[in-house]
Write a protein that binds this ligand. Structure first.
Ligand code: BTN
Length: 315
């Protein structure tokens, strides 16, 4: 038993059952609690939708579930789970100002004021997707903060297999016979608290369409289960993998930014295409060390630091 494991009992019980079935008695002894407490934890996990069966060898875990306990199990930390909130980014930013620790994770089933990049809003179908914010405190100068978005996009690419559109949109493949990018599956919004020369913290928010089918008409979007139908996507398991991968790629920036950028380039669907970003049109030829997209334009190479990429069809 890990004395520093602050997760609720239900999360620890689910973690212990990953290796195979265990009886209530064994679990109670292992965690130093009563069998009644174990039974209650099992019931709470079932209420969250975890498939936990009573079999001859004891409680057997078959996955599933989406709630505070099951996500604390999947993400290896106490998760702040909200059935409804305004914005997980806004919630976590306030918590960070109040002293929350790096690694704090807020997950919502429904956001009524979800925030997107560049002042847009983010709308997500309730109970179908992932909307979460993760607190990061890397030792990086503030000017390298944009690299955190690239690192997080790389992590999502690695877990889902989908392409990255600069700087950090995750896209489905284009339909057969079509050029360019497919619809958007996930987006990232990083909000910083910094002063000149010092980054205090970053709230990294991710919205990922997992099973959603209804999208506002004006939005070109799809879901992971439509983009990658050959896999079964369990939202809780997916969240656990994403959080682990995002932290690992973001903190890698402290020691090996070049390694992160190299992997980003390999996962990019922007490089090698003719694109328009704001006033600039050209061939996207590289990603610069500071995260800028380098365009080969009619008037030479232009680095672009922010904006939306549009595909330009070659004539
Ligand atoms: C984008 O515009 O592509 C970024 C979308 C980011 C949405 C996520 S959902 C969880 C977190 N909380 C928010 O209010 N926004 C981010």
């Amino acid at each position: 038993m890990d004395p520093f494991d602050e997760r609720p009992l239900g999360a620890k019980v689910a973690g212990a059952l990953e290796a195979g079935p265990l009886s209530g008695q064994v679990l109670a002894e292992h965690f130093g609690v009563s069998r009644q407490a174990v039974w209650k934890a099992v019931q709470s996990l079932r209420t969250e939708g975890v498939d936990l069966r009573s079999e001859s060898g004891g409680y057997a875990l078959y996955g599933g579930g989406f709630g505070a306990l099951s996500l604390s199990w999947r993400c290896n930390r106490p998760v702040i789970f909200k059935a409804e909130t305004g914005s997980t980014n806004r919630d976590l930013f306030q918590m960070a100002m109040d002293g929350a620790e790096a690694g704090t994770l807020v997950v919502a089933e429904r956001q009524v004021a979800g925030k997107g990049r560049l002042g847009r809003s983010w709308v997500s179908e309730e109970g179908k997707n992932l909307s979460f914010s993760l607190l990061l405190q890397p030792s990086l100068p503030p000017e390298q903060a944009p690299l955190l978005c690239l690192a997080a996009a790389l992590a999502i690419h690695e877990v889902t297999g989908l392409g990255i559109k600069w700087p950090n949109d995750i896209l489905a493949p284009a339909a057969p016979g079509q050029e360019g990018f497919g619809p958007k599956v996930a987006g990232i919004l990083a909000e910083l608290h910094a002063e000149v020369g010092h980054l205090h913290f970053v709230v990294l928010g991710v919205g990922l369409n997992v099973h959603a089918q209804d999208f506002p008409e004006e939005i070109l979007a799809t879901s992971l289960s439509e983009a990658v139908p050959e896999k079964t996507w369990d939202r809780g398991a997916l969240l656990g993998e994403l959080v682990d991968r995002i932290e690992s790629r973001c903190y890698q920036l402290q020691s090996d930014p070049a390694g992160v950028l190299r992997a980003w380039r390999a996962g990019s669907v922007t490089l090698g295409r003719r694109v328009r970003v704001g006033a600039h049109t050209g061939l996207a030829v590289d990603l610069r060390e500071d995260g800028a997209l380098v365009l080969e334009t009619a008037s030479g190479r232009v680095p672009v630091l922010a904006g939306d990429v549009e595909m330009v069809t070659q004539r």
